[in-house]
Design a protein around this ligand. Structure first.
Ligand code: ASP
Length: 324
């Protein structure tokens, strides 16, 4: 297995990755070699000067379709597609089709008629990108669907860890906060367990979904225990927009028990790094000084790696579509 991994690593750093599907809808269902190959190819892109000639996809048309707000993900996809030479059109449907009553299927067929090569879709409902994949002829990337998955975030998180620590296998990674409402948590749980990391989920009982142990993670309701000896501490935002209102008592109380501060961090491994997918709420899930601690916080690197990872994914989907 290691020989095969080495071979893939050598090849994919300099050539596009072939996947088993020309869509990226979830991490669940991907295999270790596909994930490793995408990370290695992204690592190659991350090492290039941003003016390097990577315009392999001239004439390729990308629709960035967002039914939910986003700044960093939308811009990151746009930059990635442009660096590959693609044409990008941003379509915000937050206030449009849904409110005007158009069905998702009608929206899908309208977008299909524009004949894009790739549709990047963010939607408040889990499963919307799967429906698009069933009805459109082009490739689909899930840029976050409800509480379900955010696969490109997990891949960029993995690249960020790999560039700082060098590997994922065997690392102790604590994902802390609003696990129940987080698509980032779900994608990371799948990716990190596939890659052989020891994943711990840390949350108050009201924000911990049931059945996580079946995915191979350990659950902790006490943050001090949950981050003990961890190599990576990943924080999540309280996603109030998906809560019914009774899950969390107060932000001050939340910070006391589940916010990352110096005292709690001192229990982790002495070299432990801090991650957050953003947007972050300072003083709620993380102390402001720790978010800005350039030795330990990888939050800015995560944003930077987003572009490289999305380049590797867009390139791979195009390559795969033409190989199938
Ligand atoms: N940006 C991430 C997402 O879209 C995390 C968050 O919103 O808290 O899921």
């Amino acid at each position: 297995m290691n020989d095969l991994l080495n071979k893939i690593q050598k090849n994919t750093s300099t050539s596009p990755v072939k996947l088993s599907s020309h869509h990226l809808l979830s991490i669940e269902g991907m295999d270790k070699l596909e994930i490793q190959s995408l990370i290695d190819r992204a690592d190659f892109f991350a090492n290039l000067d941003k003016h390097s000639d990577t315009k392999f996809l001239q004439g390729y048309v990308v629709l960035n379709v967002f039914f939910e707000n986003s700044t960093r993900t939308r811009v990151s996809f746009e930059l990635a597609a442009r660096r590959l030479g693609a044409e990008v059109i941003n379509i915000s449907l937050i206030n449009s089709s849904i409110k005007k009553g158009e069905s998702l299927l009608d929206t899908a067929s309208t977008l299909n008629a524009m004949k894009p090569d790739l549709l990047i879709v963010r939607h408040p409902h889990s499963g919307a990108p799967i429906l698009f994949a069933n009805y459109l002829n082009c490739s689909i990337i899930n840029a976050g669907d409800g509480r379900h998955e955010h696969p490109t975030q997990a891949l960029l998180d993995a690249l960020t860890i790999k560039r700082r620590i060098g590997y994922l296998e065997g690392l102790k990674i604590s994902i802390c906060g609003d696990i129940a409402n987080s698509r980032v948590a779900r994608s990371n749980i799948h990716l990190l367990t596939i890659m052989g990391a020891e994943v711990r989920c840390v949350a108050p009982p009201t924000l911990m979904p049931s059945g996580l142990e079946k995915l191979g993670v350990k659950c902790f309701y006490n943050m001090k225990e949950g981050i003990k000896n961890s190599d990576v501490v990943m924080l999540l935002r309280l996603q109030n927009e998906r809560m019914s209102g009774t899950e969390n008592p107060s932000e001050r109380e939340y910070f006391k028990f589940f916010g990352l501060d110096e005292t709690k961090l001192s229990l982790a491994n002495s070299n432990a790094v801090i991650m957050h997918p953003g947007p972050m709420n300072r003083g709620v899930e993380i102390a402001s000084a720790l978010a800005d601690d350039t030795n330990r916080s990888l939050i800015k690197t995560q944003v930077e790696m987003g572009v490289a990872v999305r380049m590797s994914i867009i390139e791979a989907l195009n390559y795969t579509k033409h190989q199938i």
